[in-house]
Design a binder for this molecule. Structure first.
Ligand code: NAD
Ligand code: IPM
Ligand code: MN
Length: 355
């Protein structure tokens, strides 16, 4: 029997709701079909914790999380009570401190789900965005000056290192080899002449080592246009931290919405736990209504199981979701009538048969 310790960080809003359903899914999976045990430990960090303790997570949250085999996160953000840059700090802290430099965000159009794009059907969109997750625009480097004065200014400097670019491109090329041997690089090297020119140069240096992988390049502005008009021309897409963030709300939207978009923050060397979370946030507009689509969280849990080499369990989740969606049994964001609990029941009922 394989055993794993999983840290569960539900967060805020629908993060708590989709995590609750994911925990049910993982428990059902172990009962019906698993030769594994997941020891789940939940950490109630987020907005309520902040009100009580003046911080959204304890000071030693990284030491607490480090011994786990993986982290499952719902979503963080309580914008009505706490500024986002305070609440979200632990999320970025985990990604960077645990060197989860490869953020993997697949987007596939499932049968039974409609896309906002005309004339596209199941299978026409199947891409994965590999987002550089450890540096770029997200590092804590900058300052505010002359606060409150008329000439106040802020400086926020992005960092792009050779090591960071090489390792994410290597990761992307390897992913491409496991998929359709196609990789798109996203930059903005026509305007940002230091950082993204370095990306371009390293890409050209590395390409000959992956001559079996076909490549294309777009600047981020053209890329968002091409995601919409030619989504079928993308397989693996590699971009910096900020570009990857922006692209994956779009890729999620193209395949039916953020309720379906999973993500994995991977430390490929396995020196630290990796973290699995939906792409979406805490969705205050629907929080508390019991209608959030938990599929993105379920698919993130499947990515976690795959990372733990529990491939059969991961496949069962994916297949159960696919047949539930194909049967038109969906939540309101996909045009259905099911609430989160009833939808989860439909997925659970298929686990055993989804070999
Ligand atoms: P959001 O992703 O929470 O919501 C965007 C839209 O998508 C909303 O209309 C929402 O109702 C819908 N949506 C998202 N997930 C859904 C689901 N599972 N089912 C059905 N509909 C869903 O983005 P936002 O509103 O810009 O941000 C809300 C808060 O979440 C902010 O505090 C933001 O900073 C934070 N945030 C956190 C994360 C994270 O924890 N990883 C990610 C993104 C945003
Ligand atoms: C995401 C989110 C986060 C990000 C925010 C909430 C800090 O948008 O995971 O996509 O920008 O990485
Ligand atoms: Mn985002």
């Amino acid at each position: 029997m394989k055993e794993f310790r999983i840290a569960v960080y539900p967060g805020d809003g629908i993060g708590v709701e989709v995590t609750e359903h994911t925990v049910r899914l993982l428990q059902a999976l172990q009962e019906c079909c698993g030769d594994f045990t997941l020891h789940l430990e939940t950490f109630p960090w987020g907005g309520d914790y902040y009100i009580e303790h003046g911080r959204t997570a304890p000071e030693d949250y990284l030491e607490i999380l480090k011994p786990f085999d993986a982290i499952f996160l719902g979503a963080i953000g309580d914008p009505a009570r706490i500024p986002d840059h305070i609440t979200l700090a632990p999320l970025i802290g985990i990604r960077q401190s645990f060197d989860q430099y490869a953020c993997v965000r697949p987007a596939r159009l499932f049968e039974g789900v409609s896309t906002p794009l005309a004339g596209r059907g199941a299978g026409d969109i199947d891409m994965v965005v590999i987002r550089e997750n450890s540096e770029g625009e997200y590092i804590d480097n900058g300052g505010r000056f002359k606060k409150g004065k008329a000439d106040e200014f802020a400086v926020q400097t992005a960092l792009h290192t050779r090591k960071g670019i090489e390792r994410i491109l290597h990761f992307g090329f390897e992913q491409a080899r496991k998929r359709k041997n196609h990789l798109t690089l996203i930059t903005k090297s026509n305007a940002l002449k230091y950082s993204y020119v370095l990306w371009d140069e390293i890409f050209e240096e590395m390409r000959p080592n992956y001559s079996d992988v076909e490549t294309q390049k777009f600047h981020i502005d053209a890329a968002v246009m091409n995601f919409v008009r030619w989504p079928d021309r993308f397989d693996v897409v590699v971009g910096s931290n900020l570009f990857g963030d922006i692209l994956t709300d779009l890729s999620g939207c193209l395949v039916g919405g953020l309720g379906l978009a999973p993500s994995a923050n991977i430390n490929p060397e396995r020196d630290f736990p990796s973290m699995f979370e939906p792409v979406h946030g805490s969705a205050p507009d629907i929080a508390g209504k019991g209608i959030a689509n938990p599929t993105a969280a379920f698919l993130s849990a499947a990515m976690m199981l795959e990372w733990l080499e529990l491939n059969d369990a991961a496949d069962r989740i994916r297949r159960s979701i696919e047949s539930t969606l194909a049967a038109g049994e969906t939540t309101a964001d996909l045009g259905g009538t099911l609430n989160s609990t009833d939808y989860t029941e439909r997925v659970l009922s298929r686990l055993e048969a989804s070999k």
